[in-house]
Design a protein around this ligand. Structure first.
Ligand code: PLP
Length: 337
């Protein structure tokens, strides 16, 4: 029995067709600006997402950090969500490496930041205070599409105080698939955006930072400083191009599989299924069941992550039959108590 890996949409392996595109890629030394496949990926992404320029990064963490360092100088401050990836899951890089403090704002249940909270957190021009310089938002957040009007309202509040605006759009294509709106429309309110190629899009590596030419030029400097200048990286950019061409439309399948998985788990004793929007199913696990739940699922070939709130993520390497089988296993383990 093969295992079904629902820990994350990062676990996908490149498909045979993607590997062929990688093997066939034309390459050059990208630190010298010589890699035609990287250049093409950046041009295609910028055009498709509605920005002047794009820059290929080895990871979303590095892309978000380079954006932060581009917007903020030493002692400048970023406002961001207390549940955001940039605040919780990037090693405190802005502070650790950039001397940029973070002021976390409460994420509302729908993932949004309140415009009033943004305004209230902007510090006065006073020697006691950091200079508030950047607002960073995230979409999707925990698999939820943040309402576009609220993302925009927070951006407007930021602009009233001359802050720059960044979006961590690691799973932006999932938000676009869910809402049916073009990615460029969802990204229009932001000065800079980071999107991942290595999540639902199924590339082995890679994120893109998008912005004006001037912003991308500065971020390019920071990428080099952070050790992200890569050489014949067209091999990886080819996977990203392949993903943009062939794996965007199919995100709807992941969403349908997550919906079906959530539905199949409704009514399971000890599990409360949160409403499913995109490619994530969140289960609130009863205290009595928590301790070894994920371990017991793993023993049955279903990999998940979390404890009190368990996360199941659908992706390219998970079929409809897989999610039905996973649901059966999860129900059985939960029912056994
Ligand atoms: C995955 C992810 C990132 C970037 O992660 P890397 O593993 O560094 O590529 C950033 N933000 C969010 C919301 C993510 O899910």
């Amino acid at each position: 029995m093969s295992r079904i890996d629902l820990r994350s949409d990062t676990v996908t392996r490149p498909t045979p067709a993607m590997r062929r595109a990688m093997a066939d890629a034309e390459v050059g030394d990208d630190v010298w600006g010589d890699d035609p496949t990287v250049a093409r990926l950046q041009a295609v992404a910028a055009e498709r997402l509605g920005f002047e320029a794009a820059l290929f990064f080895p990871s979303g963490t590095q892309s978000n950090l380079a954006a932060t360092l581009t917007h903020c100088g030493r002692g400048d401050e970023v406002l961001l969500g207390a549940r955001s990836h940039m605040f919780l899951h990037e090693g405190g890089g802005a502070a650790a490496l950039g001397s940029v403090p973070c002021h976390p704002l409460e994420n509302q249940p729908d993932g949004s930041l309140r415009a009033e909270d943004v305004e209230a957190a902007v510090k006065p021009d006073d020697v006691h205070c950091p200079r508030t310089r950047l607002l960073a938002q995230e979409n999707t957040l925990d698999g939820k599409v943040v309402p576009q009007a609220l993302l925009e309202a927070a951006c407007q509040a930021a602009r009233r105080h001359r802050l720059a605006t960044h979006l961590d759009g690691a799973r932006l294509f999932n938000a676009a698939a869910k809402t049916g709106r073009p990615p460029a429309e969802l990204l229009a309110p932001f000065d800079s955006v980071s999107v991942c190629l290595s999540k639902g899009l199924g590339a082995p590596v890679g994120s893109l930072l998008l912005g004006t030419k001037a912003l991308v030029r500065e971020a390019h400097r920071w990428r080099k400083v952070l050790g992200g200048g890569l050489r014949q990286v067209g091999l990886l950019a080819a996977a990203g191009l392949y993903a943009l061409e062939h794996h965007v439309a199919r995100l709807a399948d992941d969403h349908e599989n997550a919906r079906a998985l959530g539905e199949a788990l409704l009514g399971t004793p000890g599990l409360e299924v949160e409403p499913v929007q995109t490619n994530m199913v969140w289960l609130r696990v009863a205290p009595a069941l928590r301790a070894r739940f994920v371990e017991r699922l793993a023993a049955e070939g279903v990999l998940a992550s979390g404890q009190a709130r368990v996360r199941l993520v659908t992706h390219l390497d998970v079929s409809h039959a897989d999610v039905l089988r996973a649901a059966e296993v999860i129900r059985r383990v939960a029912t056994a108590g």
